[in-house]
Design a binder for this molecule. Structure first.
Ligand code: ATP
Length: 247
């Protein structure tokens, strides 16, 4: 029904290397077409939460040992990362991860590996260039020679090539100048409004994230300690004192 979250995480625990309990019962909901921010400092567990949803924990020797994760009401814990891409769930990892020796356009095309329709791929590429005109300008440049902001845009653009309905965005502001962060978030907001892409974004930059998100969750030591509408969190005295100085 209308109230079914697109993604729902319910009481998950995550353990790394069979011993280190990192998520201690995390629950959150991402409504369809929302932008939800997952906030908190270094090591709070934001990346681990995103990896749990997109099933990228295995490579890190991590596993979900308790709780459930659903996509539009269906359990997804046992789907592989590429099954999840097929179902429209794509993660943009922290640190951008463009292929340094490929051009921007070649990087973008690697994002359509689940697609085979050439017309559709071309249309997706056009769409990415509409939202990221900078990438169009730089499309024949090797990623290694583009700016940090352009590489972040390239990483998001590559995710969009899979035609996702849900993008998990890990720390998009990392290492970028405030003006560039604004530009990236502005495009995220635009994609959300015009393409109905749902976003769950992990951010240490509380200020910026709350300016663009609809709803926020704050994590500390593997737990959600506070959540609320972005405007309410931004004006909350505790949030101001403990988090708004950050980033
Ligand atoms: P950051 O912004 O630094 O990425 P975060 O909030 O995303 O922080 P996580 O990366 O999820 O936090 O890390 C949560 C905890 O899990 C930290 O204590 C971290 O040291 C630990 N951790 C993360 N990855 C692993 C791993 N592969 N093996 C063991 N412990 C890990």
């Amino acid at each position: 029904g209308a109230s079914t979250p697109l993604v729902e995480v319910n009481g998950i625990e995550v353990i790394y290397n069979h011993v280190i309990l990192v998520l201690k019962g995390v629950s959150l909901q991402v409504p369809p077409r929302a932008i939800v921010a997952l906030l908190g400092g270094n090591g709070a567990g934001k990346t681990t939460t995103l990896r749990a949803i997109s099933n990228l924990l295995k490579g890190e020797r991590g596993e979900v040992t308790k709780g459930t994760i659903t996509l539009a009401g269906e359990r997804i814990e046992n789907l592989s990362p590429s099954d999840l891409v097929q179902r429209g769930v794509v993660q943009v990892m922290e640190g951008r991860h463009c292929f340094a020796h490929l051009t921007i356009e070649e990087n973008l095309l690697t994002g359509s590996y689940t697609r085979s329709d050439k017309g559709e791929i071309a249309a997706n590429l056009d769409k990415v260039y509409t939202y990221f005109p900078r990438l169009k300008t730089r499309r024949t440049s090797q990623a290694a020679y583009t700016s940090g902001g352009e590489q972040q845009m390239c990483a998001i653009g590559r995710a969009l090539m899979a035609n996702p309905r849900m993008v998990l965005l890990d720390e998009p502001s990392m290492g970028l100048a405030p003006q560039i962060v604004d530009e990236v978030f502005h495009i995220v907001k635009d994609l959300n409004a015009k393409e109905q892409v749902t976003f769950l974004l992990a951010e240490q930059n509380t200020n910026m994230a709350l300016r663009y998100a609809d709803y926020g969750y704050i994590m500390e030591s593997g737990r959600i300690v506070m959540d609320g509408k972005a405007d309410d969190l931004a004006s909350n005295e505790d949030v101001k004192e403990f988090y708004l100085g950050v980033g």
